[in-house]
Design a protein around this ligand. Structure first.
Ligand code: MLT
Length: 329
C-alpha cells in the first residue's frame, strides 16, 4: 500500500523509533534473569577466588545472581572461547587476565582474537607472582632453590596453570636467566597445582599471590621471593626477586572483565557501574588486598582504560613471547 508521503515519513519515523524504544526498554529491564561469569580455570584458584568475590557483590548492584561457571582447559583458552562465542545479550560475562588475554594470543592458534573479539568492561586487580615450594624442599632461599634445581634437573618439577599459562611463561623465563632445568607439570589451573604442591607431589610453583598467600599463612608451603620491584603489602616478609639475587624477573597478572563483541554500550555501562560499586565496597577491598591484590584507581575503572592498557600489553609482550617460541598445547 502506497501511503501519502507525509503519512509515510511519519510512520517511518515512528517505526525507526520502535527498535530504539524497545532496545532502551530492554536495556532498562537488563538484567532480567541470572547471569553467568565464565572462569576459564579450575575452582579454588586465584581467578575463581577473585571472580567469586566480585560476583557476590555485583549481584547487589545488578539485582540478579551472577553465577560463576568454571570452563577449564588449554591455559584458559576454552573458557575464553566460550565467552567469545556467546550471545552479546549481557548474560555471559568473561573474567580473564594477562595470561588469557595477552600471552595466549601470542602462543596459541585461537579461534578468536584476544583484543578484537571482546568488549572491555573494566580492570579488576593485579598481583605479582610468588616463587613458592613444597614444605620439605631442602632450600632456604632463592639462591639455594636455584642451586637445588640445577642438581636435580632430571627430576625437579614446576606445577603450572597450563601449557603457555603465565606460570609456565615465568618458568621458561627462570630457566633462561638461571640456566636451571626442570619439568613443567600443567594443571587446569593454579588451584589444583597448589593442592599437589601442598601434598609434596610437585617441587615448586611461580604462582599468583592470591593463590599462594592462604597456604603460606597456613604454613603448608614456603616462599622465596615476589616477582616485583617492591614487597607485597600483604606479605612484607617475602623478599623481592631483586633482593633475593634474581633481578628483573618482574611478572604481574592483571585481571579484568570483558563481554562478547557487540554487547550494547548501555549494558556495558550497567556492568561497569556494578564493578565500580564492588571495588568501592570496603569488605571487597579488604578481601582482595588480603589476597595481595592491587586495585585500579577509580579513574582507571572504565572500558577505555582497559582497552588502551590491553593493547599496550599486547604490543609489549607479543614480540617477547613470539621470540621465546613458547607454543601452546
Ligand atoms: C587460575 O585461576 O588458575 C590462574 O589464573 C591461572 C594462572 O595463573 O594463569
Amino acid at each position: 500500500m502506497k501511503l501519502p508521503r507525509r503519512q509515510f515519513l511519519h510512520l517511518a519515523a515512528g517505526a525507526a523509533v520502535l527498535p530504539a524504544v524497545s532496545r532502551v526498554a530492554w536495556a532498562q529491564a537488563y538484567p532480567g534473569r541470572p547471569m553467568s561469569m565464565i572462569v576459564p580455570y579450575a575452582a579454588g584458584g586465584p581467578t575463581d577466588t577473585i571472580a567469586r568475590i566480585m560476583a557476590e557483590r555485583m549481584r547487589i548492584s545488578l539485582g540478579q545472581i551472577v553465577l560463576v561457571e568454571n570452563v577449564t582447559g588449554a591455559a584458559g583458552t576454552i573458557g575464553v572461547g566460550r565467552v567469545a562465542r556467546s550471545a552479546p545479550d549481557g548474560y555471559t560475562i568473561g573474567i580473564g587476565h594477562w595470561g588469557t588475554h595477552v600471552v595466549n594470543g601470542a602462543i596459541y592458534e585461537l579461534p578468536y582474537h584476544v583484543l578484537n573479539d571482546f568488549e572491555p568492561v573494566s580492570l579488576i586487580a593485579s598481583n605479582p607472582q610468588l616463587i613458592v615450594a613444597r614444605k620439605g624442599l631442602p632450600a632456604n632461599n632463592l639462591q639455594e632453590l636455584i642451586a637445588w634445581l640445577k642438581v636435580n634437573a632430571a627430576t625437579a618439577t614446576q606445577g603450572t596453570a597450563g601449557h603457555g599459562s603465565a606460570s609456565h611463561v615465568s618458568g621458561v623465563y627462570l630457566q633462561a636467566i638461571t640456566g636451571a632445568r626442570f619439568q613443567f607439570v600443567p594443571y587446569r589451573g593454579a588451584g589444583p597445582a597448589m593442592q599437589d604442591l601442598v601434598a609434596g607431589q610437585i617441587d615448586f610453583m611461580i604462582d599468583q599471590a592470591a593463590n599462594s598467600l592462604p597456604q603460606l599463612r597456613a604454613g603448608t608451603i614456603k616462599a622465596y621471593a615476589v616477582t616485583d620491584k617492591t614487597r607485597l603489602p600483604a606479605a612484607p616478609e617475602i623478599p623481592t626477586v631483586d633482593e633475593a639475587g634474581l633481578p628483573g624477573l618482574h611478572i604481574s597478572l592483571w585481571h579484568a572483565i570483558w563481554m562478547p563483541k557487540t554487547t550494547p554500550n548501555d549494558i556495558i555501562a550497567k556492568l561497569n557501574s556494578a564493578i565500580v560499586d564492588s571495588l568501592a565496597d570496603e569488605s571487597v577491598r579488604r578481601r582482595l588486598a588480603d589476597l595481595g591484590q592491587d586495585l585500579p584507581g577509580r579513574e582507571q575503572q572504565n572500558p577505555q582504560v582497559l582497552a588502551t592498557y590491553h593493547k599496550q600489553e599486547i604490543d609489549k609482550w607479543w614480540p617477547i613471547l613470539k621470540a621465546a617460541n613458547i607454543k601452546g598445547e
